[in-house]
Ligand binder design. Structure first.
Ligand SMILES: *[C@@H]1O[C@H](CO)[C@@H](O)[C@H](O)[C@H]1NC(C)=O
Ligand SMILES: *[C@@H]1O[C@H](CO)[C@@H](O)[C@H](O)[C@H]1NC(C)=O
Ligand SMILES: *[C@@H]1O[C@H](CO)[C@@H](O)[C@H](O)[C@H]1NC(C)=O
Ligand SMILES: *[C@@H]1O[C@H](CO)[C@@H](O)[C@H](O)[C@H]1NC(C)=O
Ligand SMILES: *[C@@H]1O[C@H](CO)[C@@H](O)[C@H](O)[C@H]1NC(C)=O
Ligand SMILES: *[C@@H]1O[C@H](CO)[C@@H](O)[C@H](O)[C@H]1NC(C)=O
Ligand SMILES: *[C@@H]1O[C@H](CO)[C@@H](O)[C@H](O)[C@H]1NC(C)=O
Ligand SMILES: *[C@@H]1O[C@H](CO)[C@@H](O)[C@H](O)[C@H]1NC(C)=O
Ligand SMILES: *[C@@H]1O[C@H](CO)[C@@H](O)[C@H](O)[C@H]1NC(C)=O
Ligand SMILES: *[C@@H]1O[C@H](CO)[C@@H](O)[C@H](O)[C@H]1NC(C)=O
Ligand SMILES: *[C@@H]1O[C@H](CO)[C@@H](O)[C@H](O)[C@H]1NC(C)=O
Ligand SMILES: [Zn+2]
Length: 673
């Protein structure tokens, strides 16, 4: 899902007529989220680093030309000065401190709306900016640093930075980070209910996630908004720095160039640079999507897919930055960034660009399983996001209408797609085979469509993806055991953010569909004692009192049927207008809302989506066609060496520092100049 920073006006006329006055404090829109003063230091105060990690500094001085903060006739101070103090008696100008040359002044302007009234009135505030950037810097000495930016003669912006000491000892050889995108605990609970059988309230089997060594909770809020998207939440998990919506491993600055924002080093870059072991990236999304791509690319705008694929292969070229040699494994969807055309870098065949650098290319599951484990491998298995577990296993006819072939010049539907488990296990084999010097490997594996299916309120498909993730974790543990790596591998399973999803009862879908009015349809919702048992564990044609254990075509740990009469009644905290019967959509992923007017975005419940359901009016602006993320804290399940460090309640950024500690990353040794 994409996010726009300034949604277009829809109620402009009405609100203008009310004649409100613009207040001074920005909230809905911000001049620059991480910079409440007119002078900005990036990374800002509260930033934390690992000793020996790389980062850029960006300084900005703002001169609003109009609006409530108008200052200095809109002329920004160009004689600003940054000093750093290492807390141990050494204080110096930024160029002396890092022993670098000064950087040239850059100047630009930008506009923003102070609030919704200013947006409706189309009166943006103009801000002129003077700036400098310092690239590819490192702090080797742990401790507390104080920064002072002086500008406009008398004004100051201060920042406190913490540089953490590297661990004395590495405790895990490998780290596998599983991300269930948009997976709150409430979804895990619902998946357990439909995937596992109970007798008199006692589960006869459990989720793999229920059986990990330790569990913690992470707080996901971002640096300048309390709801995150997958880009800034991935940045927090991979770099230890909170960031802004749409930003990928950078702090978002105000400049027009989306590739010049101050960067921070990712866990994958650190691992490759400092340990030199193989790195794997696996996702069921298109591989240019935020969660996979954030591991080794940097931009303020996550939507710039083609340049990001180029960066994933070639690293950063325009401004000096740490070397990136490319991932050893990159698996997922998104063939539109590789087939020659408008979506691919330079509109060229980007399979060739990867092949030129020694990658073997695989485009279906058969080729994946047969691939040579000793080679760097690019596996692209569909255009766009890969097919959903429910359509690959239960409603297989839908694949005929699903994503198309990843092959150049082929637009036929694609059937032979691997699942998350097949991609993940093969990735482990490749990473192990490529780890010829026994340095260990790092891998991220993402169940992306938990989030994508929650966005379209397709609860059953989201839960199918979640059960597939759980099954993948189970198979990963078995596989690591078999190849002798389990004892040396830390497995982390978490999410990047939640969705406001929960189950509140059951739905008698037969009664609901036959009732004639919305108010009678709601009689079909069974709450409390009327919610009954989970019918997903009852084979079609049998009744709840039938205690025979049945395994469906999907195997254990999944429902034995997906479309029972008594279905989960589940809801969302934040959604567009929608019509619900709470039945599984057997025809493929849901499209809950459609554009009602050709004049502007105005989404109403789609007439073809669950037409026999009752209408639930939306809770978010009518310009939204999908549900949105929520605030809830996210569980962190861990198993293996170092897993006890993940107990407790902590900020999302600490996942990076805990992984760094477990892997012994970071250095206080300054080699070179
Ligand atoms: C902003 O900068 C552009 C050039 O970069 C210039 O053309 C424009 O006039 C400036 N706008 C204002 C309001 O200063
Ligand atoms: C600021 O100035 C620009 C023109 O330079 C104008 O379009 C805008 O409406 C002004 N904004 C405010 C808040 O006055
Ligand atoms: C930096 O830390 C000091 C000491 O804890 C504190 O007094 C000061 O307010 C902090 N400055 C900022 C900008 O947070
Ligand atoms: C790199 O710089 C070139 C030349 O200035 C520019 O055309 C290109 O867009 C830049 N690329 C990125 C990724 O910033
Ligand atoms: C970035 O800094 C590291 C040292 O920390 C150095 O080895 C590397 O060459 C630098 N990269 C560039 C492109 O200057
Ligand atoms: C286009 O290809 C060149 C190499 O031929 C590369 O340097 C550049 O970054 C590519 N541009 C994009 C947008 O990928
Ligand atoms: C795809 O079709 C174009 C135009 O017919 C042709 O030039 C190109 O060689 C084909 N590419 C492949 C990989 O078949
Ligand atoms: C119980 O389930 C089994 C397996 O599906 C089925 O063969 C049998 O007919 C069912 N019995 C009843 C009474 O529903
Ligand atoms: C799938 O596509 C076929 C033809 O393209 C169409 O007849 C059928 O209705 C579609 N099915 C669904 C579920 O969209
Ligand atoms: C809804 O309709 C408006 C007006 O045609 C259009 O601008 C907008 O892009 C449409 N939205 C979508 C998602 O098609
Ligand atoms: C939904 O909102 C519309 C107004 O936008 C209202 O007419 C309708 O009664 C509401 N429906 C329900 C079920 O609340
Ligand atoms: Zn996400």
């Amino acid at each position: 899902m994409k996010f726009s920073l300034a949604p277009s006006a829809s109620m402009a006329g009405l609100l203008l007529a009310l004649g409100y006055i613009t207040p001074a404090v920005a909230q809905t829109f911000q001049r620059l989220g991480t910079c409440p003063q007119l002078g900005c230091i990036f990374p800002p105060t509260e930033a934390e680093f690992i000793a020996g990690g790389h980062f850029d500094i960006r300084l900005e001085v703002h001169a609003p030309a109009n609006g409530s903060e108008a200052f200095n006739n809109g002329v920004p101070d160009e004689n600003f000065k940054l000093t750093l103090d290492n807390g141990k008696g050494y204080s110096a100008d930024v160029t002396s401190f890092f022993q670098i040359k000064d950087s040239p002044i850059e100047k630009w302007n930008f506009t923003y709306y102070e609030d919704l009234f200013a947006r409706d009135a189309k009166t943006p505030t103009v801000v002129n900016v003077a700036s400098k950037a310092y690239r590819n810097l490192t702090l080797y000495e742990p401790g507390q640093y104080q920064l002072k930016l002086s500008y406009y003669d008398t004004q100051q912006t201060l920042a406190n930075w913490t540089v953490h000491e590297p661990a004395k000892k590495r405790c895990a050889k490998n780290v596998i980070l599983f991300i269930g995108d948009g997976m709150p605990q409430s979804a895990i609970t619902a998946a357990r209910l439909i995937g596992h059988k109970q007798i008199n309230g006692k589960y006869q089997s459990r989720m793999q996630l229920d059986n990990m060594d330790n569990v913690g909770l992470q707080m996901t809020h971002s640096i300048d908004s309390f709801i995150v998207d997958s880009a800034n939440s991935a940045t927090a998990l991979y770099t230890g720095h909170k960031s802004t919506v749409n930003a990928i491993s950078v702090y978002a600055d105000s400049s027009p160039n989306p590739f010049d924002d101050p960067r921070v080093e990712t866990i994958a870059e650190l691992f490759q640079n400092q340990i030199g072991g193989p790195v794997g990236i696996v996702s069921t999304a298109f591989v240019a999507d935020a969660t996979p791509i954030t591991l080794a690319t940097h931009t303020r705008d996550r939507d710039l897919y083609a340049p990001l694929i180029n960066q994933m292969l070639n690293g950063q070229t325009n401004f000096s930055w740490v070397d990136w040699k490319g991932p050893d494994v990159l698996f997922g969807g998104g063939a539109e960034q590789f087939k020659p055309g408008s979506g691919s870098p330079n509109k060229t065949n980007y399979y060739n660009a990867f092949a030129d650098q020694g990658y073997q290319i695989v485009n279906d599951n058969t080729a994946l399983q047969a691939a040579d484990a000793s080679k760097r491998t690019l596996g692209i298995f569909s255009t766009s996001n890969m097919a959903k577990w429910l359509d690959r296993h239960v409603y297989t006819d839908n694949l005929k209408n699903g994503t198309v072939s990843p092959l150049v010049n082929d637009t036929s539907p694609t059937y032979d797609q691997p699942g998350l488990a097949q991609m993940t296990l093969k990735a482990i084999d490749i990473l192990k085979a490529r780890d010829t010097e026994n340095k260990g490997f790092f891998m991220m594996s993402e169940a992306a469509s938990i989030d994508k299916m929650f966005h379209v309120l397709d609860y059953e498909r989201a839960l199918g993806e979640l059960l597939e993730l759980d099954d993948t974790v189970r198979q990963t543990i078995e596989h690591l055991e078999k190849i002798g790596e389990l004892d040396e591998t830390l497995i982390i399973v978490t999410a990047d953010h939640g969705h406001g999803f929960d189950v509140f009862g059951s739905s008698d879908t037969k009664y609901l569909k036959m009732a004639t009015t919305d108010r009678i349809k709601r009689e079909a919702i069974g709450t409390y004692q009327n919610s009954g048992h989970s019918e997903y564990q009852v084979a079609p044609g049998s009744r709840p009192e039938n205690q025979t254990v049945v395994t469906g075509p999907q195997g254990p740990n999944f429902p034995v049927q997906w479309d029972p009469r008594y279905a989960l009644a589940a809801g969302f905290a934040a959604h567009p207008d929608v019509r619900e019967t709470y039945s599984t959509d057997t025809r493929g992923p849901r499209v809950p809302a459609t554009n009602s007017t050709s004049a502007r975005n105005d989404y109403v419940a789609s007439p073809s989506d669950q037409p026999q359901g009752f209408v639930i009016n939306g809770t978010i602006p009518v310009s939204n066609s999908q549900g949105v993320h929520s605030l809830t804290d996210i569980p962190v399940f861990t198993k293996g060496p170092g897993s006890d460090k993940f107990k407790g309640v902590y900020d999302s950024t600490q996942i990076f520092f805990k992984m760094v500690e477990v892997l012994g990353l970071g250095t206080t040794k300054h080699v070179g100049k």
